[in-house]
Write a protein that binds this ligand. Structure first.
Ligand code: CP
Length: 303
């Protein structure tokens, strides 16, 4: 395997290997000396055509912890603004003797397009509404840590804007391979028709989804990918689907609350829920570094 383009075509065995390797790297980065020399001779370019905080910084940190040399590229402020193509941009970066590309792009399939045209390893850091494979992996890693290590038979509700999310698909592919049961929940306007073909349950009632699940993975309403006049409005969404601390407390049992970030506070999650004892949102961010170290390390081993 030369690239990580999505979770759809990654085997359960390879997912297990990535998660076990991430467990070892989590131990490393919790030590006083957090660095290992594993990628000392490797140069990685992080190329971002879309905004990011968590993914970009945790890839950069993962690369530094593995002793790789790194360069970073944002399309804003680059020669993309003068009309340079994606392929020309990447070929120019590779001419500087770069070995691996971590890329985020607004077009679904952009990393797949590149993977057929360049020799370097590619890691997809999110392609439009398609996949976000390292988020799927770090979510699975965080769920395993909080649910006793095995996701077989565990019930995961993915609640929110499924239509415009890349996290939803990577979560579904990853968690099903690990034996979990998935429900997607949201207004029908934000749940794509094809989702039923993936073997997931569909609900439009957030309270019953919370009652059903062991984990609620709450997704952001992606306003940047939607028409301005869509239904429901943010106010309506928060009224009918927003999750509050009271809703979690009323369950009278502990469920794990997750969100990939960034949170629209007061829309899909009230602050008192996001900051409650149910939430493992910052654990997810912490685990992102170890999981991305594992992905980069294992891809480099293939070369
Ligand atoms: N979860 C996630 O992809 O966050 P960023 O957009 O900040 O990278």
């Amino acid at each position: 395997v030369r690239h990580l383009l999505g979770i759809k075509n990654v085997s359960e065995n390879d997912i297990q290997t990535i998660l076990e390797t991430a467990t070892q790297f989590k131990e490393v980065i919790n030590r006083p000396i957090k660095k290992v020399p594993s990628l000392r001779d490797i140069t990685i370019a992080n190329i971002f055509f879309e905004n990011s905080t968590r993914t970009r910084l945790s890839f950069e940190l993962a690369e530094k912890r593995l002793s790789a040399d790194t360069i970073s590229f944002s399309s804003s402020g680059s020669s993309v603004k003068k009309g340079e193509t994606l392929l020309d941009t990447v070929n120019n970066i590779l001419a500087m003797k770069v070995d691996m590309i971590v890329m985020r792009h607004s077009s679904p399939g952009a990393p797949h397009f590149l993977s057929q045209r360049i020799a370097a390893n590619i890691v997809n850091a999110g392609d439009g509404t398609h996949e976000h494979p390292t988020q799927g992996l770090l979510d699975a890693f965080s769920m395993r840590e909080n649910l006793g290590g095995d996701l077989t038979g565990k019930k995961i509700a993915i609640i929110g804007d499924i239509t415009h999310s890349r996290v939803a698909l990577s979560n579904i592919f990853c968690l099903q391979k690990l034996g979990a049961e998935i429900m997607v929940c949201g207004p029908s306007t934000l749940i794509p028709k094809y989702i039923r073909n993936l073997g997931v349950k569909v609900s439009h009632d957030v309270k019953s989804a919370l009652q059903w699940c062991d984990v609620a993975n709450v997704l952001r309403i992606q306003l940047e990918r939607q028409q301005l006049k869509y239904f429901p409005s943010l106010r309506e969404y928060s009224l009918y689907y927003g999750i509050t601390r009271k809703m979690l407390d009323d369950l009278n049992r502990k469920i794990v609350l997750m969100h990939p970030g960034p949170i629209n506070r007061g829309v899909e999650l009230a602050s008192d829920a996001a900051d409650s004892g149910h939430s493992i949102i910052l654990e997810q961010v912490q685990n992102g570094v170890a999981v991305r170290m594992a992905v980069l390390y294992l891809l480099a081993q293939q070369n």
